[in-house]
Design a protein around this ligand. Structure first.
Ligand code: NAP
Length: 311
């Protein structure tokens, strides 16, 4: 699998990151192992989890994704071949929401323990916290970097101005800076004023900021749960309307021209513009289709048409 530079870290990572959100919960250990093996066999090494995954699945508490990922790494003996990302900041049973120093330091230790590793390669602030002073949050993240518990730090679900303010705060204090941002981002775009609370969709401003500052945008929910090809999936009323209809028509046209699937065109469109998509799937076929997006080369004209489509 080809590699790309991860924002301002300078690190080379897989061009498609594997989302492990439902590993250990909706996907039992055996199917999680199979999907992880499949991704690694395709040359992938960038895996995304979080302390809270996936506490909202009935019967689970959170931490299951990190635990199953840790067990798999131990059994395969492959930790040193991987680039592991985790996150802190959202609430889950027994832990409140926020980015206080205490929360960051305690939750990092718990994640390291569940993963069974000494260092998290990329550690995200999972959601912004307006109550805790930025200095407190960023000094704590820097302490994790200085003590070797974390290599790089990143933001998720941040507004562009908050990301810039946080990066400026780190820079002026000589602390580690957020090197990239993970945001909700797909080919369809939410209607003006649409809310995905507590998630944040990447705004045009954020996309532009990332390009200008070489901060990689990582796209989560890139395939909107499979709705580009599945009649059983609705992306939500935030996406209903003429803009989406026009974009779906163009997407399907480009898919037909390139002999690929709409899902693959969405991912290839992101890759062509320097966006790093997270891919997820619960079956071998889904993951194979998504990884297959790397083989699709869109022409400049096709990218331009996809960009121009819509109201
Ligand atoms: N930072 C954040 O706040 C945040 C939020 C959400 C997610 N994430 C990260 O992003 C990752 C991906 O998020 P997501 O699950 O929302 O992504 P997604 O790509 O929108 O949805 C994945 C689901 O779509 C369906 N799917 C995937 N590929 C398909 C294909 N080729 N054909 C048909 N259906 C397909 C599958 O549904 P079924 O399994 O039901 O078949 C799959 O589980 C997560 O694992 C997590 O690591 C981060």
């Amino acid at each position: 699998m080809r590699k790309v530079t991860l924002g301002t870290s300078g690190e080379k990572v897989s061009a498609l990151c594997l989302g492990a959100m439902y590993f250990g919960t909706r996907n039992d250990a055996a199917s999680s192992y199979a999907l992880l093996d499949q991704y690694v066999a395709a040359g992938g090494s960038f895996i995304d989890t979080a302390n809270i995954y996936a506490h909202w699945v009935p019967g689970f508490q959170g931490g299951e994704s990190e635990t199953v990922l840790g067990q798999w790494m131990r059994e395969r003996g492959n930790r040193n071949d991987l680039f592991i990302a985790s996150k802190v900041g959202f609430n889950y049973p027994g832990v409140g929401r926020g980015l206080s120093a205490r929360q960051i330091l305690t939750e990092c230790d718990r994640s390291l323990q569940r993963l069974g590793i000494e260092t998290i390669d990329l550690y995200y602030a999972h959601v912004d916290d307006f109550q805790t002073p930025l200095e407190e949050t960023l000094e704590a993240f820097d302490r994790l970097v200085q003590t070797g518990k974390v290599r790089y730090i990143a933001a998720s679900n941040f507004m562009a101005w908050r990301l810039e303010k946080a990066r400026w705060t780190s820079r002026t204090n000589g602390w580690a800076e957020y090197c990239c941002i993970q945001q909700r981002y797909s080919y369809l775009r939410g209607k003006r004023g649409a809310s995905f609370d507590p998630q944040l969709e990447a705004s045009d401003e954020l996309v532009q900021y990332c390009r200008a500052e070489r901060v990689t945008l990582l796209a989560y929910s890139a395939l909107l749960g499979g709705m580009y090809t599945r009649r059983d999936r609705d992306p939500g009323s935030q996406y209903h309307g003429p803009d989406s209809n026009a974009r779906l028509a163009e997407l399907n046209a480009v898919a037909a021209e390139t002999g690929s699937t709409p899902n693959q065109v969405v991912l290839a469109w992101m890759l062509a513009q320097g966006v790093l998509p997270l891919i997820a799937g619960s079956t071998h076929e889904q993951l194979a289709e998504n990884i297959g997006a790397l083989k699709i080369a869109l022409s400049d004209d096709q990218v331009a048409r996809l960009n121009a489509a819509g109201a």
